[in-house]
Ligand binder design. Structure first.
Ligand code: PLP
Length: 395
């Protein structure tokens, strides 16, 4: 084995810490640097730190050892050259959009079926700051690539939350490159275990680390990972937008990452098993899961992703009334927003995560009131099936 490139499971199990870097007789787990400020030392030390002549810390919004340890591991997992850690997924999206559009004049091109919070953020950016945002439909390839070729930057979410539609990262990035437009991929739903956007030509990956990366639903956080080395301009935008993370939350993601590959195996297994189970039930009208051979983009799935992940959506034949009954009957599955934790969660996106979209935008995105989203956890799949069985029953 090449000791300089451990596999993801090994990298995560060691929290990104390399044998060569271990100093001996130190805490095995990294300390939580719970501080706002750092002593600067002498006047010469302060000058060296602030002029970046040498590494050092001054103030936790600018940098913090707990946050840096997490950033190093995140960059490695995504195959990037650097990562910036943020206080939420939305803060990461804002920071990525700002860096990607910096110095560019074209619009931000994206698609309507993105996470509802990202959609709301874009509406605020366009109404308050007059950022030009153009929505195009990636399923109409010619129109999509034409929009990408005019873009200042491109934001895609693939698979999209909650409809699990895929966007061809490679084709999008090829067109965007000619236009000089950076491509940002929200990789929250797929995770770096199932999809590596940077290796397909994306420039930035963003995450809500609240989800699979932390994996325990006990903090809110995000990150952006860059294919190219981070510049002082990127760091300046990150620190001055202000959405940096605190040491404890960074530590919680770092701790969660130790079991991330193992957890993803269970999420992938349960996602596939439940999608297959739902698909054969007569009560179910449609299942949206990229790992199903019947998914309309099965070819792209095979090229772009290694596994289908833990998120899926479905519609019951009984429509909205059946969806309401389903939610109220759940016994094991928890009626709650979010995804990526250990427990299986169910929601109706039109009434929760995507409520802030206009009804027209929801309709355009295909998010109806009867749609149910399941975020599979890591439980024994038989128990999840038992609960689904009694909840979808028409009697
Ligand atoms: N991106 C996706 C795909 C999400 O599902 C979410 C949250 O659900 C976000 C971004 C925003 O993340 P956060 O809630 O951590 O700000």
């Amino acid at each position: 084995m090449n000791s300089s490139a451990p596999r993801p499971a090994t990298l995560c199990a060691h929290g990104g810490q390399r044998h060569e870097a271990r100093k001996g007789n130190q805490p095995l787990q990294p300390a939580i640097a719970q501080t706002a400020v750092f002593e600067l030392g002498t006047a010469a030390d302060a000058e060296a730190i602030f002029s970046h002549a040498r590494d050092g810390y001054a103030y936790s919004r600018f940098g913090n050892p707990s946050v840096d340890a997490l950033a190093t591991l995140l960059a490695e997992l995504e195959g990037g050259a650097g990562a910036l850690v943020t206080s939420s997924g939305n803060a990461a999206t804002l920071c990525a959009i700002t860096t990607a559009l910096d110095g560019r004049t074209g619009p931000l091109v994206t698609h309507p079926d993105i996470y509802g919070g990202s959609f709301e953020l874009l509406r605020i950016l366009s109404s308050v700051y007059r950022v030009a945002v153009e929505f195009a439909d990636p399923s109409r390839e010619e129109t999509w690539l034409a929009a990408v070729s005019r873009a200042g930057a491109v934001l895609v979410e693939t698979p999209s939350n909650p409809l699990m539609r895929l966007i061809d990262i490679e084709r999008t990035a090829q067109t965007a490159r000619i236009a000089g437009a950076p491509v940002i991929v929200d990789n929250t739903v797929a995770t770096p275990m199932n999809q590596q956007p940077l290796s397909r030509g994306a420039d930035w990956v963003v995450h809500s680390s609240t989800k699979y990366l932390n994996g325990h639903a006990d903090m809110i956080g995000g990150c952006l990972v860059s294919r190219e080395p981070l510049t002082s301009r990127h760091r300046a935008i990150h620190k001055n937008l202000g959405g940096t993370v605190n040491a404890l939350d960074a530590w919680l993601v770092h701790r969660g990452l130790r079991t991330f590959p193992l957890r993803m195996e269970a999420h992938n297994r349960n996602g596939t098993a439940i999608a297959e189970w739902l698909q054969q039930r007569r009560e179910i009208a449609r299942v949206f899961y990229p790992g199903l051979p019947s998914h309309p983009q099965a070819d792209l799935f095979r090229r772009q992703m290694s596994h289908g992940g833990g998120l899926l959506s479905f519609e019951l034949k009984g429509g909205e009334p059946a969806a309401l009954r389903f939610i109220d009957r759940l016994r094991l599955i928890v009626h709650a927003v979010s995804l990526g934790g250990t427990e299986t969660l169910a929601t109706r996106p039109s009434k929760t995560s995507h409520r802030g979209m206009t009804p027209e935008a929801r309709q355009q995105a295909g998010i109806g009131d009867g749609l149910i989203r399941l975020a599979l956890g890591i439980e024994a799949v038989e128990d999840v099936i038992d609960d689904l069985e009694q909840a979808i029953s028409e009697t």
